[in-house]
Ligand binder design. Sequence first.
Ligand code: ATP
Ligand code: MG
Length: 399
Amino acid sequence: MKERVVSGMRPTGQLHLGHYHGAIKNWVRMQHELDCLFFVADWHALTTHYDNPQQLAENTWDMIIDWLAAGVDPEKASIFIQSRVPEHAELHLLLSMVTPLAWLERVPTYKDQIEKLKDKDLTTYGFLGYPLLQAADVLVYRATQVPVGEDQAPHIEMMREIARRFNYFYGREPGFEEKVAAAVKKLSGKDGKRFVELRSQFQTTGSAEARTEALALIAAAGSLGAQDRERLQGHLDGTGRSILTEPATVLTETPKLPGLDGGKMSKSYGNTIMLREQPADVAAKVKKMPTDPARVRRTDAGNPENCPVWQFHKIYSDAPTREWVVKGCTTAGIGCIECKQPVIDGIVREITPMHERAMQYIAKPQLVREIAEAGSARARAVATETMREVREVMGIAAA
Ligand code: ATP
Ligand code: MG
């Protein structure tokens, strides 16, 4: 089977260079070789913007235009809208039955975001469930690869755990429970009890220590045969016939693009350069970027490693230019404004063809809608296949 790629973004504003270098570059590369599905995560946007959905529809079309402008080819990849494929919601609901609350509460972005977005009330059911909806978004297509930025890696890790747990519940060999119970009985009373405790601890909290101790316990038990050991390990890790596929995270060479201030480029921090930024604004923004604080005067030498602009040279400049930067900066041979020019040129060179492509699609709103319509129909066909099997193994009566 051809590998399948799924990824999405929340329509919460125009796309910036971080989206492009962290994710879309991989989308564009992968669409030539693999079966790719890219979706506008409009339901996800509501998890944090539920109180002001006025922009949502407009942002949806705008983001599709940004993707097309950045090189996503609707002839090669399916572009669709999450809410047009209600199977995402159905799988989310069914997965919620097997998802321990602790798994959601320990997702690093959960507490971070609640802290960071203090002006919003995010103590909602929808926001806690955000990574689980994300899991459904990917698992419903049995995707093998998910190209995203580095910040998303813990969410993909959780998807893998959810898929494993689902497969364990609904994909075990017949009589598996009895065989495991028999193997546990072969452990000494004390060890058997401890194994059961450790397994439950690992299953609910993901504690690596609990798993290690349980594995050591299985390995040390002389009373177990090879098959028993295998079953107990399967029981511990929760493996079963693969109904849902565990996807892998795919990162670019720039999994975390810095923003104008040196921190991660992010809409919420106001440190971005948009893909549809005007060249004059690119220049103005880059010129305002802080540089190595050691370079107070033009004659002070600096160190590129302490300068956010250097991070951009790593992306936009060729080897001779980078050499020129290092030499010029460390000897005060060039000034910071001079040093910034190749970065400005590089960014403008990168986004100019995107502007041209965007204009073509802005002029044809009907075409953009047709692309999303066709993509959503195609996505729905794949999702329906998975849901047929999911419903069957979960005991839901067929029509
Ligand atoms: P918000 O501030 O609302 O979280 P954002 O600008 O961080 O928005 P997201 O919608 O969270 O953007 O991210 C969409 C995708 O782009 C994800 O795959 C994310 O990992 C990636 N991404 C976003 N910003 C960056 C960045 N600075 N570097 C690399 N990848 C990024
Ligand atoms: Mg983000």
